[in-house]
Design a protein around this ligand. Structure first.
Ligand SMILES: [Zn+2]
Length: 212
């Protein structure tokens, strides 16, 4: 399947390609969309999202797009948001922005509407990379932190555990992202990611499987 990826860094995207291939149990084919945005933050992601959706739909051969952005300090998406959208929640924000962009796209013969799946790592993608290594990583554990409990990790500690430093180079970030996502797929830990991150990862995985 031809899938395009848009997230906060090219390092994340190398990992996402491996993880999504693990979910689909098939190779992800290269798309002809050149990704020139190497350094991004969630602000860039939001700003560029409508243009990226347009470009992927009209100017690439991708059938689908994966959008991933860390939850950072925003409230964790919970089932209640399905009924009552939370404006501060990253997943709710992205869903709304994507729906808006998709509603403006035109379809024509040979061009179906672009399929989009959203992933929101809680609190950052490094928590996903540590599944099977750090027994604590889960969105419920992070919710306890947001409720004022003292817990054993934060974003910086997760980065240190993955990269050996809280400020890795892009090269190191990419190497580690590839290593850990390959380990996750090879050790069949995709299901554990879905269990521990039911909204941010599980919903993305369900959507991706629907594409088959
Ligand atoms: Zn939400």
């Amino acid at each position: 399947m031809k899938i395009a990826f848009f997230s906060e860094s090219v390092a994340d995207e190398s990992a996402l390609k491996i993880l999504v291939s693990g979910i689909l149990q098939e190779e992800i084919e290269e798309t002809d969309l050149p990704n020139k945005l190497i350094y991004r933050s969630c602000t860039h992601l939001d700003k560029d999202l409508p243009a990226v959706i347009n470009a992927v739909h009209y100017n690439s051969n991708a059938e689908a797009l994966i959008v991933v952005s860390d939850s950072d300090d925003t409230p964790v998406h919970i089932n209640d948001h399905e009924e009552n959208e939370n404006e501060k929640c990253r997943l709710c924000q992205l869903r709304k922005a994507i729906e808006k962009s998709l509603s403006k796209l035109q379809t024509f013969e040979g061009k179906n509407l672009l399929k989009v799946a959203i992933g929101v790592p809680v609190p950052a993608i490094e928590a996903w990379y540590l599944i099977g290594i750090n027994p604590q990583v889960s969105s419920n554990y992070w919710i306890r932190f947001q409720n004022g409990e003292k817990i054993r990790y934060d974003r910086q500690k997760l980065k240190e555990q993955v990269y050996g430093t809280a400020r890795p180079s892009l090269k190191l970030e990419t190497e580690r992202a590839i290593e850990e996502s390959t380990r996750i797929v090879e050790n069949e830990l995709i299901e554990d990611l879905e269990t521990n991150f039911p909204q941010g990862f599980g919903k993305m995985a369900d959507e991706v499987r629907n594409w088959k």
